[in-house]
Design a protein around this ligand. Structure first.
Ligand code: AHR
Length: 342
């Protein structure tokens, strides 16, 4: 009896020991797997536009565990202090890389110095930062917003000349004040207006939202507005809604937009938008290229632009010329719209 009891006890201890070894090894395996993932802290501006949603999807689809990444995604709801808080928490968590799209250009020096002290490389995407020392970020990839504005204004000039318009009145709905996209698109319009004698009859920020632009357009719309220059598609949709409320036939107002989202392209094909300058949100793969270079011990290019095209209502504009260089304009087709997934 006693012998059987002792044997039973020993078997029990052996089972527990084997179970414990297997369990701890399994746990170690998991930890090892987790360690092999590259940890990325990403701070997004918000969800103000269709473009932004597409940009977030591009990041989330690029940095997945299956592809070797552990992504911590934070939405700042268009508030810089939330972005600063998110970056500080990434530093606390000792992530391998920080990526962020800054809501505005100024005010990043202190937090980026903290990231630098922690030796965490920072990759800036989409909009730019204005910092006194550019070693505070490793690389930037995004749009040439000034060129976007210049092309849009060159297309408008071609239209004004073709129509022999003597007076050009423009309602200008700006993006979030202080964001690179706003600063550069506004600068391009302001310069073109003074060069060609166009009148900017109203200028206000719609914060890149449909609701913001609707409210402005509803208020400022009057019979002298010829052109509406909106700094993104969602603002254009809001402005268009206000215009249609007042004039069922659109009142002859011509719209200039940025982004070229699926809905924006459809409006361009239908003639609701005259000029739509593409802004490319597919920046996840571009950020990943930079990380791969860093992982391989290489130095990535400090600043790089994503490729972008200009789409126009083909009945109105045929080419665009900036600084003596002619750029192709793309007429919008049904196939093109179908290929757009944002
Ligand atoms: O910074 C890119 C701009 O921000 C896009 O034009 C706009 O749609 C977005 O919200």
């Amino acid at each position: 009896m006693k012998k059987r009891y002792i044997a039973g006890m020993m078997a029990g201890v052996a089972v527990i020991a084997i179970f414990t070894i297997c369990f701890t090894q399994g746990k170690k395996e998991n930890i090892k797997d987790e360690k092999e993932l590259i940890t990325i802290g990403f701070s997004q501006v918000g969800a103000e536009s269709d473009w932004r949603t597409a940009n977030s999807i591009s990041i989330k689809e690029t940095f997945t565990p299956e592809r070797g990444y552990d992504l911590i995604f934070e939405d700042a709801r268009q508030d810089q202090s939330n972005q600063i808080m998110a970056i500080r928490s990434f530093i606390q968590q000792d992530v391998d890389y920080i990526i962020f799209s800054p809501v505005v250009e100024d005010g990043w020096d202190t937090v980026l110095e903290e990231a630098k002290r922690a030796r965490i490389p920072v990759i800036v995407i989409d909009r730019m930062v204005n910092v006194k020392d550019d070693s505070l970020y490793t690389a930037w990839v995004g749009s040439d917003f000034y060129m976007q504005g210049e092309k849009a204004c060159a297309a408008l000039k071609a239209y004004v000349d073709a129509q022999e318009m003597e007076k050009v009145n423009i309602v200008h709905i700006q993006g979030t004040l202080g964001a690179t996209a706003q600063i550069a698109r506004t600068q391009a319009l302001t310069e073109a207006a003074s060069r060609y004698g166009w009148n900017i009859v109203a200028q206000e920020s719609g914060d890149y939202t449909e609701a913001g632009a609707y409210e402005i357009m509803n208020r400022v719309l009057n019979e002298y507005d010829d052109i509406d220059y909106c700094e993104n598609d969602n603002e254009t949709f809001g402005a268009l809604e206000a215009i249609k409320k007042k004039y069922s036939n659109g009142g002859g107002i011509k719209l200039i937009s940025f982004d070229a989202t699926e809905k924006g392209l459809r409006y361009t094909m239908n003639g609701n938008i005259m000029i739509n300058m593409e802004c490319n949100p597919m920046q996840g793969p571009e950020a990943e290229k930079i990380i791969k270079q860093l992982q391989d011990g290489k130095t990535p290019q400090k600043q790089a632009f994503v490729p972008e095209q200009i789409f126009v209502d083909g009945n109105v504009i045929t080419d665009v010329c900036v600084d003596g260089k002619t750029y192709d304009v793309q007429p919008v087709t049904e196939e093109l719209i179908e290929m757009r997934d944002y």
